[in-house]
Design a protein around this ligand. Structure first.
Ligand code: FE2
Length: 414
């Protein structure tokens, strides 16, 4: 192919512009991290100055997190060595900045490894941890009844195609702990198609799915007219099912709306009102039990408010029907424990905390069962209601969300 002088000139101009911008970007990257590295004389750690942050990294941490092909699989990213393969007396022999990279030489291995500075910045640990017990990650948002105006909802037909609709729906489950699905098929087992969107069914002694059929007639209206108290499901399991899906196939009875309560919002309100109550429910294990059928005797011993060792609020268990005799509380604290339990129940029952919605055939909702309590409200007229329910796990929600976020970003960048 022969290029005209004009085409050649155009290519040269493009090359020049590209080169110029590349230099500017590289220079900016260097400036961002310029004169920003010092190694402690002991070699035990180095200090990196990034813009206005000062971040320290230990030699052993850096060596363990090396990204080279001898340390990490280039295929799946999994670590290929154990800590025993790294000398206990590992130190930093030398470190220097090379553009957007940090080059480190470790002793006594004489091993040279480079680290992407943006990776180090994203994985820095040299910062103060939150001290208030009951803290939540920034992508978790607590809510109360005001969310009823904006119930997180996905259209099944759009969700089934994947892409941004599914990513948005998963992000809402991640943020609020629940979401609705509308416009789904009205057929038995359709709830499995909801689970297929993000993960796998968790089978229990109740089967792969369980039926929730209610015939509301004048005889049983008095009984079924009573709503259930909001609860988390199956607190007697270890671990509990972390996701529940309830799918509506028939709904002709008036009333019987579904409602959800944010357990995180409820326990944080309890904490604001009375820190002692919060501590009692977080520091002592309750016990839960189910032995309602032959060959099954499920028991667990966990607190109603579960915190990680650093105080992060990670789970709420609340279910009056399966709470067993609590024996883990010292005698002189038991009365106060019951006061705290009662108050948490009152907060959960407060209408200001609840979001209600009606499920029509072909509609479903999904809850994070470690956080969001659910219930059915009472009926006010006769008819039938048929739902199918199943369990799944929220690691699938998070995994699909994270993986798809990357895919959608790639798609947008193409
Ligand atoms: Fe339930």
């Amino acid at each position: 192919m022969v290029f005209s002088w004009a085409e050649r000139a155009w290519h040269l101009t493009l090359e020049f512009v590209y080169d110029y911008w590349h230099r500017i970007i590289e220079k900016r990257s260097q400036e961002r991290y310029m004169e920003a590295i010092s190694v402690d004389p002991s070699g035990d750690f180095l200090t990196l100055k990034i813009v206005n942050k000062i971040l320290r990294f230990h030699a052993i941490w850096l060596r363990d997190n090396a990204r080279d092909s001898q340390t990490r699989s280039t295929g799946n990213g999994q670590r290929l060595i154990a800590l025993r393969d790294i000398p206990a007396d590992t130190t930093i022999a030398h470190a220097e900045l090379q553009g957007g990279w940090l080059a480190v030489e470790f002793a006594p291995e004489h091993k040279k490894v480079t680290f992407d500075l943006s990776w180090l910045e994203a994985n820095a640990y040299d910062n103060t941890l939150p001290v208030k017990r009951g803290w939540l990650p920034p992508d978790t948002q607590i809510w109360s009844s005001e969310l009823e105006q904006h119930v997180p909802t996905g259209d099944f037909q759009a969700l089934a195609k994947g892409g941004t609709a599914l990513v948005e729906w998963l992000s809402q489950i991640n943020r609020y702990g629940f979401a609705k699905v509308v416009n789904g098929p009205v057929e038995e087992g359709a709830l499995f198609r909801v689970v297929d969107l993000f993960g796998y069914v968790r089978e229990t002694n109740y089967g792969r799915l369980f039926e929730v059929r209610t015939e509301v007639n004048p005889t049983n209206l008095a009984y079924t007219g009573v709503g259930l108290q909001a609860h988390t499901d199956n607190p007697y399991r270890d671990p509990v099912p972390t996701v529940q899906v309830l799918y509506c196939l028939e709904s002709t009875a008036a009333g019987g709306e579904n409602m959800v309560v944010d357990g995180f919002a409820a326990v944080k309100r309890l904490q604001d009102e009375n820190e002692t109550y919060f501590d009692l429910l977080a520091n002592h294990c309750a016990r839960f039990e189910y032995a309602g059928e032959a060959g099954v005797h499920l028991t667990s011993r966990r607190p109603m408010i579960e915190l990680a060792p650093d105080g992060e609020l990670i789970a709420v268990r609340f279910n009056n029907r399966s709470m067993a005799a609590v024996t883990e509380i010292p005698f002189d604290k038991m009365a106060l424990y019951y006061e705290a339990y009662r108050r948490l129940g009152e907060i959960i029952d407060d209408e200001a905390m609840e979001v209600s919605f009606r499920l029509n055939p072909g509609e479903a909702f999904i809850v994070d069962n470690t956080r969001v309590l659910h219930a059915r409200k009472g009926y006010s007229g006769e008819g039938n209601r048929w739902l199918q329910g199943c369990y799944a796990d929220k690691d699938g929600v998070r995994s699909t969300y994270k993986a798809m976020q990357g895919d959608v970003a790639l798609e947008a960048g193409r």
